[in-house]
Structures are given as structure tokens and as C-alpha cells.
Design a protein around this ligand. Structure first.
Ligand code: ATR
Length: 324
């Protein structure tokens, strides 16, 4: 019998110089749990950060069915993991599974970061939310936006939309307009915000006058051929100063392209992904995150032609927030 032998794959033998210790018996572990997970850029971002700081830490990704989430968290705790990130569909489910919730997780009702902490010789799982802060940081950093007193049109009232709306209200925006395909969800969110943040004017629907920001928190734009999330007949883009799209892949959605043409300042959701990860890094290691290294690792992972993010394109995960 003739066996076809294909040529051996070309292997790049030039291994980049690294200040990172080899994996050994004291390597600290973190991981992201989600389903699906193959698209996640978090391992590239976090491992680049560990390496830059010379830490003997590694970050992995596991596909976990929601029915196994509790077992997976308990397993990580039992195996002395330093911490976890959670992405879709685990962020809400995990709230009930924590030993303690940080104020951030209580405020937004979702956990995207867990720290395993030894308290009186017992390990406890402490749940945090770093997604919400990441939204505000990214808006300020990339759009130079002052949230206090701003008028914002938020598109979407799903997981990401809810976190964004609550965070914007917490940051004292003056007026918040909530537009969503399912109007009842926007109305329910508006009621929640009125109750929790009475100083914020909330309207379910499109604004009649100019706003400072249009923020897309829907999933429209992820797929080629998606209609734009904004109904420009009801609200033309020239009526806003800036547009932020939580979707970061493709880097320029139809919405962002149209916003640029209309002369708006624009940014995509990569900054949110970066800052939720940077905050998680700080929570686990106690050290400031090397933002430039993490941003570079994210960009080269997300926008590389072989990127699994492109193959399974998502917005931050927010993750919820399914954008991370
Ligand atoms: P995430 O966690 O990413 O926010 P989600 O909770 O499923 O995901 O929310 C998706 C958001 O995109 C919702 O606001 C959803 O609108 P509905 O509440 O009406 O479902 C919005 N969305 C998804 N597909 C849409 C479509 N084809 N047209 C308009 N809005 C859409």
C-alpha cells in the first residue's frame, strides 16, 4: 500500500525572548469560563500582561456549560486558582454562587470577575463587575466625553444595554434615552433607573433634540448584512457629537462608518474589553495593569487575519454583556 506522506509543517524555531518563568509547580492560574469561548481574546491579553510583569501566572479559557458553572467555579477554587473571568452566559448565574459580592457586582447584578481569597484560612469566592467601569473609562478615554450632565441615546436593553444604562445613570448623565427593538424591555429598564437614580431623566424612545453620545449596545453590526441599530429617520447622526459602538469586530461597523461621515467622534468597544481585563488583572495580582501591552496583544489577536474573534465575531462580552 502506498501511503501519501505530506511534507512536515514548517516550524518557526525562533522563539521570542521572554521574561516569563516556565510553567512549574507554583504557577498561578486564572481562566475565563464561557460558552462559546473560542473567540475570546482574553487569554492573549492577560498572558501578555503576566509576561510583561515577569509573573509566573497563566490565563486559560474553558468552555463551560451553564449547568456545570458551579462545579467549575468550585473546582477552580479547590485547585487554588487565583481568579476567573466569566462571560456569556454565566455572568448573571454566578451572582448566586459567590461567597461574597463586591459593591460593583451588587450594583450591576452581574459577576464577570472572581477573586479567590484566603480569609481566616478558608478560600472564598468574591464576585466583582469590571464591565461597567470599563464602559465609563473607555468613553472618557476615547471620546473625551464628560458623562456628568451628558445627554445619551442608548441603543439596546439586553445584558450589555442594562449594564451601560445603570453605569451612565450612576455617573450622573442628565438625560438617558433608551431605544430597543422590544420596547417593553426599554420601558422596564427606564422604570428601574427612575427608581434607583431619580435625578436622571429617563425616556424610553428616541430623543427629539441633540445628544452628546449615541451608544450601541445591541448585537446589530456583528454580522455583515445586519441592519444598522439606529433608525436614522427617527434620529439623524448629525444630531449627536459622538458615537460609541460596543462591537469591536469588525473594527468599523456600518454605524461607525456612517457616524464618521456625519462628522461624529467615534470609537469601538475594544477599549471596554481592554479596561474590564485591566481591572480584573489588578484585582487578582494587586498590580497596575500594563495597559499598552494588553492593548497591543488585543489588537493583534482580534484584528489578525486568522483571528478566531473574526470567525466567531462578538461584541464585548460583556463580554455582557456578551461583548467580552
Ligand atoms: P448582550 O448580552 O450582548 O446585551 P442580549 O442580552 O441578548 O445580548 O441583548 C441583545 C440586544 O440586541 C437587545 O437589545 C436586542 O433587542 P431585543 O431586546 O429586542 O431582543 C438587540 N437585538 C438583537 N438582535 C436584534 C435585531 N435583529 N434587531 C434589533 N435589535 C436586536
Amino acid at each position: 500500500m502506498r501511503i501519501e506522506v505530506s511534507p512536515p509543517p514548517r516550524i518557526n524555531l525562533r522563539v521570542p525572548q521572554s521574561s516569563q518563568a516556565d510553567i512549574n509547580a507554583v504557577t498561578r492560574l486564572c481562566a475565563v469560563l464561557g460558552r462559546p469561548i473560542a473567540h475570546s481574546a482574553s487569554p492573549a491579553m492577560q498572558n501578555a500582561a503576566f509576561k510583561a510583569l515577569g509573573l509566573n501566572w497563566r490565563y486559560l479559557a474553558f468552555e463551560v456549560d451553564p449547568k456545570n458553572l458551579r462545579a467549575a467555579i468550585e473546582g477552580a477554587l479547590a485547585m487554588n486558582f487565583a481568579g476567573l473571568n466569566l462571560t456569556v452566559p454565566h455572568k448573571l448565574l454566578a451572582v448566586e454562587m459567590m461567597d461574597e459580592l463586591d459593591d460593583s457586582a451588587k450594583m450591576f447584578g452581574a459577576v464577570n470577575t472572581i477573586k479567590f481569597e484566603v480569609v481566616r484560612s478558608k478560600v472564598r469566592a468574591i464576585g466583582y463587575n469590571t464591565d461597567a467601569d470599563a464602559i465609563a473609562i473607555s468613553l472618557r478615554e476615547e471620546l473625551k466625553l464628560k458623562l456628568r450632565g451628558a445627554r445619551v441615546l442608548l441603543l439596546g436593553a439586553g445584558g450589555a444595554g442594562r449594564t451601560a444604562a445603570l453605569k451612565l445613570a450612576f455617573e450622573n448623565v442628565a438625560e438617558l434615552f433608551l431605544a430597543n427593538r422590544t420596547a417593553s424591555k426599554a420601558e422596564a429598564l427606564a422604570r428601574e433607573i427612575r427608581k434607583r437614580f431619580p435625578a436622571v431623566q429617563v425616556v424610553a424612545g428616541y430623543p427629539k433634540a441633540k445628544v452628546d453620545l449615541v451608544l450601541n449596545a445591541t448585537s446589530l453590526g456583528l454580522k455583515r448584512g445586519d441592519p444598522p441599530p439606529l433608525d436614522e429617520k427617527r434620529f439623524p447622526l448629525r444630531q449627536t457629537r459622538a458615537v460609541y459602538d460596543m462591537i469591536y469586530c469588525p473594527a468599523e461597523t456600518r454605524l461607525l462608518g456612517a457616524a464618521k461621515k456625519a462628522g461624529c467622534k467615534t470609537a469601538n468597544g475594544l477599549g471596554m474589553l481592554l479596561h474590564q481585563g485591566a481591572k480584573a488583572f489588578r484585582i487578582w495580582t494587586g498590580k497596575p495593569a500594563p495597559l499598552d501591552v494588553m492593548r497591543l496583544a488585543l489588537k493583534s489577536t482580534v484584528y489578525s487575519p486568522r483571528s478566531p474573534v473574526i470567525a466567531g465575531s462578538r461584541k464585548v462580552n460583556y463580554e455582557s454583556n456578551s461583548k467580552i
